[in-house]
Design a protein around this ligand. Structure first.
Ligand code: GDP
Length: 593
């Protein structure tokens, strides 16, 4: 890679911008990301490490460099507040570490044993944060855990998990030691400026080797207390539960040292960490209160949405009268679905709520938000994690029997990439309420054997809600299938055109080569993409920008003809006689289910 082109990119880059910088069709980059298990659309951001991996996989002669940020923005949570009304708040904890080192088991163990008991509501929704109670020094106190994703493939998510937290528990398996993702987790926690507590897990295992773990941590400049440093290391076993209470003690001790405080006597504010529509409840948002107090009946603004809080609940479904800092809550009453990562604030009345949310909707607001865009992006990524592309629908049918068969047929359409999400269903005509629900959840309404009253039709067209009526099941299913197909990432298809054997090189600059040779296979056309092959090895990806037959420009050159060829290169390519230039076209092709 001595001659590799160096491209400077930001820490996070959108897929579209990356493709542009690499001069590749965006579908190619999306395709490569998919191959690596990352579903990202053109406007979504990936982090530097991911971009580097992708560039490597694409076989480009390009080296990515991180642009030095002029002023790095690190969103750390407000640790202390100096106002008179500031009181202690529970710590917010995230768990990170190498895959299979026991993050999920540890969170399950902590949660199972200590979670704040609520009426078991049987809610199977993913809970994005929860609180436990733990008694330390005779005092029962709360600890908030962010349920960070188990999906470990890509660094950005972990990085962003850290930005929302006070303490990161880095889980290291005692029998496996420090691994690449452990190192990343350490790096991210440091960058975010949060306290690190190491949980040395799997202590019950025979192969546990604490000394090796300590040694390897020290190699990462993580000096534990035994070794004269200030990093706390707690030996635990998520399997037997051994050491877990001591770990929780330690979290409280560390948070005491950090003096985590927040004001409670001010209007509440915080972050939306998850939002979805629930049948019968409308938009439901999970939020983490950062400061102030939130109460039922309060008016809150989150991005372009607002609510008069109808129900304020703990994350396990228990009604609560007030939520104070570091508390994760469930809020209902939003008029429209707020977005992951929106900052929410309590405002004085409906008028203010309406005005502020409308201002955001028209893009005027967002001054004064304490968390920078990165954090919201991150939360969005956390929530997007592992998710398939969903098509939201509401189904209304004439009778229960047909509703059941429509729903069953729809289920069969789901794949790993795309899925139908039924946000509402029922028997009977389409109502105002259905239209409202479709509007807030960006859903299409399907009616099977039902009528559409004209008033509802008008309402739907005003709200730009699509209502599709069917009388034949398979036609309805076909329509849904078509919608899902549109959501599939396109396939990249390369078609070979022809091959030139280089017989002479006439000009070589950093970005251009002019050469001549003989067509030994197929047909050459211009413009086209090409690979330069030396023996079996590809030495460059290039673009063919011109062909000449004798002195004249040509559009096509056929097998066994001689021709001249102009090539555009991303960086200098030293062609040699005997090299093969293989021309091909690349197309993105829509896929079907
Ligand atoms: P994650 O990928 O970090 O979330 O790891 P998991 O929690 O899924 O754990 C990976 C594997 O290690 C599972 O098979 C767990 O049962 C096992 N495991 C987790 N913690 C312990 C532990 O303390 N002791 C033992 N023996 N096994 C554990």
């Amino acid at each position: 890679m001595a001659n590799a082109t160096i491209i400077e990119i930001e820490d996070m880059i959108t897929v579209g911008t990356l493709a542009e910088q690499l001069m590749l069709p965006v579908g190619r980059v999306i395709g490569e990301l998919m191959k690596n298990g990352v579903m990202a659309t053109v406007n979504e951001r990936i982090d530097f490490d991911t971009a580097t991996i992708i560039v490597g996989e694409l076989g480009l002669d390009v080296e990515l460099k991180k642009k030095e940020a002029a002023a790095p923005v690190v969103a750390t949570r407000e640790k202390t507040s100096h106002s008179d009304t500031a009181v202690g708040r529970p710590p917010v904890i995230a768990v990170m570490g190498h895959v299979d080192h026991g993050k999920t088991s540890l969170l399950d163990r902590i949660r199972g044993a200590n979670v704040v008991k609520g009426e078991a509501g049987g809610i199977t929704q993913h809970i994005s944060a929860y609180q436990i109670e733990h008694t330390y020094n005779g005092e029962t106190r709360k600890i908030t855990f962010l349920d960070t994703p188990g999906h470990e493939a890509f660094a950005a998510i972990r990085e962003h998990g850290a930005l929302l937290t006070d303490i990161v528990i880095i889980v290291v398996a005692a029998d496996d030691g420090v691994k690449p993702q452990t190192i990343e987790a350490i790096r991210f926690a440091r960058k975010a400026g949060v306290r690190i507590v190491v949980a040395m897990n799997k202590m019950d295992k025979e192969g546990a080797n604490p000394d090796r773990v300590k040694q390897e941590l020290s190699e990462q400049d993580l000096l534990i207390e035994d070794w004269g440093g200030d990093i706390v290391l707690m030996p635990v076993s998520a399997k037997t539960g051994e050491g877990v209470p001591a770990l929780l003690d330690m979290l409280l001790l560390v948070s005491d040292v950090e003096e985590l405080k927040a004001d409670v006597a001010i209007p509440g504010r915080g972050l939306i960490i998850e939002a979805h529509v629930e049948q019968g409840r409308g938009p439901v948002a999970h939020a983490l209160v950062e400061s102030g107090t939130v109460k039922p009946g309060d008016f809150v603004v989150a991005g372009s949405s607002y609510a008069k809080i109808r129900n304020l609940e703990t994350t396990d479904g228990k009604p609560t009268k007030a939520a104070t800092p570091s508390t994760p809550v469930v809020i209902t009453g939003f008029k429209t679905l707020p977005e992951f990562g929106d900052e929410f604030t309590v405002v004085k009345d409906e008028k203010a709520a309406r005005a502020e949310s409308a201002a955001t909707a028209t893009g005027k607001k967002n001054a004064g938000g304490r968390l920078d865009m990165n954090s919201s992006e991150l939360i969005r990524m956390i929530n997007r994690n592992n998710k398939v592309e969903e098509f939201n629908i509401i189904i209304k049918a004439d009778v229960q029997g047909s509703l059941t068969s429509v729903m069953d047929s729809l289920k069969a359409l789901d794949t790993d990439e795309v899925a139908v999400r039924v946000v509402g269903s029922g028997v009977g005509t389409i109502t105002e309420n259905d239209v409202h629900m479709a509007h807030t959840s960006d859903a299409v309404i399907y009616g099977f054997g039902v009528a559409l009253p004209s008033g509802i039709k008008q309402h739907a067209s005003r709200d730009k809600v699509s209502i599709r009526l069917y009388k034949v099941i398979y036609e309805l299913i076909d329509d849904v299938r078509e919608e899902l197909t549109k959501r599939l990432a396109p396939e990249i298809v390369e078609t070979d055109l022809g091959r030139l054997v280089v017989k002479g090189i006439f000009k070589t600059t950093k970005t251009e080569v002019i050469c001549g040779g003989e067509v030994t296979k197929g047909k050459l056309v211009t413009p086209a993409l090409a690979k330069v092959m030396r023996g079996n090895e590809k030495i460059a990806d290039v673009e063919v920008t011109g062909l000449k037959r004798g002195p004249n420009d040509a559009k096509e050159i056929f097998e066994s003809e001689m021709c001249g060829m102009s090539i555009k290169t991303a960086n200098r390519v030293e062609l040699q006689e005997g090299d093969h230039i293989e021309l091909f076209t690349r197309q993105t092709v829509a896929r079907s289910l």
